[in-house]
Design a protein around this ligand. Structure first.
Ligand code: AHR
Length: 512
């Protein structure tokens, strides 16, 4: 008994001090920029995302503008959300925009068949969404209805939003309180058209895209950036057929959806808060598939579009777990742990490193749904670990991309391995260099020796996000258990940068 206790203590001691090494080179002159739009968010009419998330009861005792909750708005302004995708998701292909304009009491009600069968009262419609975007200082990205809508309905929505003419539709916008065009340029032509958006074949969808996109007109001052509904995860044929059949000058972007499912089983995805190291390891394996997906979808796009005119838009990504016990399963409400933060940081590093093709992405979803940035409970709200990653990473937005070459040690578990470290780097307009490092190894710190080629710097500071346990979460009782701390594990050593990054942590370094 005593011997085994000693053994456990020895193992614990060895693990907490275990350390491996990595080599990193960072160089400039890639000519690429990390588009701020990689840091976009997604807000669907789903569960408590819009209703009870952004748009609350008029009697809720929080500061509001109209019914928009301002504590949520202010928290999101801090992380500089560049765009917000709306109204879906699957909801988009059943949404009829005319139901969501005009006097609120007169708006028709519908059943949200995709998400819990609840009544949608349409009190949050086009004007309310655009008022929210204005408060957030973010660009709207609207997904039009291809699945159950018509070409005429989409064309008129674009006209309603963007036309400054005296057409009946444009005048209706003025009568509803907004004489000036809204100037919405990001425009999704359907969502998941291979599934909830109409169960189409890629050939059929490509044809539909051409029809819908033709009549979604550019109005003066607002050329549309049309985004085609792209592949589900590993469906490379979808990308191939779209790239082959849609003229490049008709689409600004082609989307991709990929969710990290901890168990790999959509029927039983795994708990957001109670998981073993094996399940954590599997989750990170699944998260890292994003690298393969981006590479393979990009390679197909390169064949048809070698000049990289069409963006790969990963407009739904994140971890999808079982819903929190006791909540409506149709509402997709899940907690958010340190694991989620490592997933967010790793995925954003992947996008940054592919910024030549990935020009836009949206995390699913902003408030109270899936891998949320913010959770609310009546008047309370909390910032999740994922929020803190977006806060740390905002420095990459629109910065010059720096090329990274990393030799990472392995994180090995039960005979399988993944790279322990992932990284991306950029240089902002003032010359500051930012390096975002993630150590996904649950047990070992990693010492990284970094050479920075052609880059001048003299001092380094840093921030870190970590916690004692990979399952740690922020709760309404303890909303700041996970928060950003100062990081002191980096130093200048001659011309090199030496960093020791603790196990299961995200570090952002600033060199100037
Ligand atoms: O984000 C939740 C759902 O996931 C979206 O509505 C749909 O597009 C995807 O399948």
């Amino acid at each position: 008994m005593k011997k085994s206790l000693l053994f456990i203590l020895l193992c614990w001691h060895a693990n907490s001090f275990a350390q491996t090494t990595a080599g990193l080179t960072i160089s400039s002159n890639t000519g690429e920029t990390v588009s701020r739009h990689i840091y976009g968010q997604f807000a669907e009419h789903l569960g408590r995302g819009i209703y009870d998330g952004f748009w609350v009861d008029k009697n809720l005792p929080v500061k509001k503008q109209g019914r928009i909750r301002l504590d949520v708005v202010n928290a999101l302004r801090k992380i500089k959300v560049p765009n917000l995708r709306w109204p879906g998701g699957c909801f988009a292909d059943e949404y009829h925009w005319r139901d969501g304009i005009g006097p609120s009491m007169q708006r028709p009600k519908m059943v949200n068949t995709n998400w819990g069968g609840v009544t949608e009262d349409n009190s949050f419609g086009t004007h309310e969404f655009l008022a929210l975007c204005k408060l957030l200082d973010t660009e709207p990205y609207i997904a039009g209805n291809v699945g159950s809508g018509t070409v005429e309905e989409m064309a008129k929505w674009v006209e309603y939003l963007n036309s400054g003419s005296s057409s009946t539709v444009a005048k209706m916008r003025a009568q509803n309180g907004h004489p000036e065009p809204f100037k919405v340029s990001f425009w999704g032509v359907g969502n998941e058209s291979w599934g909830c958006g109409g169960e189409m074949t890629p050939e059929f969808y490509a044809g539909q895209f051409r029809r819908y996109a033709t009549y979604a007109r550019d109005y003066p001052g607002t050329p549309l950036k049309k985004i085609a509904s792209g592949a589900n995860s590993f469906d490379y044929n979808w990308t191939e057929v779209c790239m082959k059949n849609i003229p490049l000058n008709m689409m600004w972007g082609l989307s991709l959806h990929y969710y990290t499912i901890p168990t790999g089983n959509w029927g039983k995805k795994g708990s957001a808060t109670g998981f073993t190291e094996q399940e954590y390891f599997n989750t990170m394996v699944s998260c890292l598939k994003m690298e393969e997906l981006v590479n393979k979808h990009s390679a197909i796009m390169d064949k048809y579009d070698p000049d990289k005119k069409v963006a790969l838009v990963v407009d739904e990504w994140g971890i999808w777990t079982d819903p929190e016990p006791g909540t409506n399963p149709g509402f997709l409400y899940q907690q958010n742990s340190l694991r989620d933060a490592l997933i967010a940081a790793t995925t954003l590093n992947i996008f940054n490193n592919h910024c030549d093709r990935v020009k836009m992405a949206e995390l699913a979803q902003t408030v109270n749904v899936l891998q949320a940035l913010i959770l609310t409970d009546k008047a309370k709200m909390l910032l999740t670990p994922t929020y803190h990653v977006f806060d740390m990473y905002k420095v990459h937005q629109d910065a010059k991309y720096l090329a990274v070459n990393l030799k990472s040690p392995d994180y090995d578990f039960n005979g399988k391995t993944i790279p322990a470290i992932n990284v991306s780097a950029s240089q902002d307009a003032t010359g500051k260099i930012h390096i975002s490092l993630v150590n996904v190894d649950m047990n070992k710190a990693v010492s990284i020796s970094t050479q920075l080629k052609d880059l001048k710097w003299s001092a380094v500071t840093g921030e870190i996000l970590t916690s004692a346990n990979i399952t740690d979460v922020n709760t309404f009782q303890q909303p700041s258990k996970l928060h950003i701390n100062n990081f002191t594990g980096a130093k200048k050593d001659g011309d090199d940068l030496k960093v020791t990054i603790p196990a299961k942590s995200v570090v952002m370094l600033e060199l100037k």
